[in-house]
Design a protein. Structure first.
Ligand SMILES: Nc1nc2c(ncn2[C@@H]2O[C@H](COP(=O)(O)OP(=O)(O)OP(=O)(O)O)[C@@H](O)[C@H]2O)c(=O)[nH]1
Ligand SMILES: [Mg+2]
Length: 441
């Protein structure tokens, strides 16, 4: 790389905090960029969409900033922005203190596993920071608290210095995902006159280059990367953790939106509707209908408790999740963040609390590798002396084994006719009439 400032691993900083507490004003004081670009945002003096700006820290390190809206109606947008960040800038106004979306954004950060960050007590030209600082320190213990004013500029350099200290110690979330297949969750899609469809997002894993063919999900269409930018600069290649803009060929603007994902077709990322996860949630939520947020997407889901912090998330529309990804759960009404956790099995079957299924999830939670699933289940293999004594016993056909697996995995949950249908159909196809009972015609 040409510029020493770019030699550090790519890091993204996300703002957080209640409406009107001064997030956008502080980002402008730090970066010189007004992230409230939309006419409605300027007219209403309020952020609606995610805003982006590059931040050059005092020591020369460059990080990307995602500025989120604070309005309670836009928490979904906030989650979509926070999903790709490495550390946070929680903004609390000195004259208002900790407010509902301060708490909710803190809960979202916790659910996403974003522990490191800085608290800025803004508007110190208006009120003493003391009360707000004490409240914020209680909410986010461990974060450095810095008083400042975006209006007078006082303390802004101290905020930048505190951010730099965190940037030095934070582990980039993309670390360990650089070698993987490319995945990007789209946070904006728009048209640039003369260029066509452009999407932006934080590159979640792998690398991307002009000319690459990607699968657009959940539509499962192929698109081609015509050109790309990293941090607003044309680039040949983008790496995991960087903010990228992709000019896409083969797709109209109306056919791509925030919440879609672009993935290397080899990524094996497919739309999924049943997820097994380890979740840390407030209250008894078994059977509750919630909003499940993943990547830049949110869909309604029903929660089934499996015990010991293990949950099955049954989605009403697909998510594009992989094992190890973070999930955030919010209540549908009243809107509130209930907690979150990590995907263990992104393509689970509907099942209950069967001991063998739970043992497998516990293994996944401990990070142990999956035993090969190619081996037939014990029930179908009929092990024991009888097998040894009768090596000529006919093997069960594939359809019967599939059916047995489905019934075992279902536990106490009855399978629907359509769920059974495929396996029964496979069984019938595998055995075209050869083993009918003698009394059947
Ligand atoms: N006096 C004073 N006013 C400030 C300061 N920071 C922001 N403001 C004002 O507070 C209002 C809200 O600031 P924003 O930066 O838009 O707040 P925000 O947190 O981005 O708001 P949302 O994005 O809508 O959640 C604006 O009128 C700002 O000019 C400050 O340090 N001192
Ligand atoms: Mg704002």
């Amino acid at each position: 790389m040409r510029n020493a400032a770019l030699e550090h691993a790519a890091l993204t900083l996300g703002t957080a905090g209640h409406i009107d507490h001064g997030k956008t004003a502080l980002v402008r004081a730090l970066t010189g960029v007004d992230t409230d670009r939309l006419p409605q945002e300027q007219a209403r003096g309020m952020s609606i969409e995610l805003g982006f700006a590059p931040l050059l820290l005092p020591g020369g390190r460059r990080v990307s900033v995602v500025d989120v809206p604070g309005h309670e109606r836009f928490v979904r947008t906030m989650v979509a922005g926070a999903t790709g960040i490495d550390f946070h800038l929680m903004v609390v106004a000195a004259d208002d203190g900790v407010m509902p979306q301060t708490l909710e954004h803190a809960a979202v950060l916790a659910a996403l596993g974003i522990e490191q960050g800085v608290v800025a007590i803004t508007k110190c030209d208006r009120a003493s920071p003391r009360r707000a600082a004490a409240q914020a320190a209680e909410l986010l213990p461990g974060a450095e608290v810095v008083a400042c004013s975006a209006r007078t500029g006082e303390g802004v350099a101290a905020v930048a210095a505190a951010l730099e200290r965190v940037a030095e110690r934070v582990t980039p979330r993309a670390e360990g995902r650089r070698e993987g297949a490319a995945v990007l969750h789209v946070d904006r899609a728009f048209t640039i006159h003369g260029a066509g469809t452009v999407v932006t997002g934080t590159l979640w894993s792998g690398t991307l280059a002009a000319g690459d063919t990607l699968a657009l999900l959940p539509a499962q269409r192929l698109v081609r990367v015509r050109s790309l930018q990293v941090h607003d600069q044309p680039a040949e290649r983008a790496h995991a953790g960087q903010r990228v803009a992709l000019n896409l060929a083969g797709i109209a603007r109306r056919d791509v939106a925030r919440g879609d994902a672009l993935a290397d077709p080899a990524a094996a990322l497919t739309p999924t509707q049943v997820i097994d996860a380890t979740l840390d949630l407030r209250g008894d939520l078994h059977g509750r209908r919630v909003m499940a947020h993943h990547g830049t997407r949110a869909v309604p889901a029903r929660l089934a408790a499996l015990g010991a912090g293990l949950w099955q998330v049954r989605l009403e529309a697909p998510l594009l999740a992989a094992a190890g990804d973070r999930l955030v759960m919010r209540s549908v009404a009243p809107p509130d963040t209930l907690g979150g956790g990590t995907v263990l099995d992104p393509r689970a079957r509907r099942h209950g609390r069967r001991p063998d299924v739970l043992a497998r999830l516990e293994r996944l939670r401990r990070g142990e590798p999956e035993p090969s699933r190619a081996a037939p289940p014990a029930a179908a293999a009929a092990p024991g002396p009888a097998t040894a004594a009768a090596p000529s016993a006919p093997a069960l056909e594939r359809g019967a084994i599939e059916l047995a697996e489905r019934l075992l995995a279902a536990g106490h949950e009855p399978l629907s006719r359509s769920q059974l249908g495929a396996a029964v159909g496979a069984s019938a196809r595998a055995d075209p009439g050869g083993r009918r009972r003698p009394d059947q015609p």
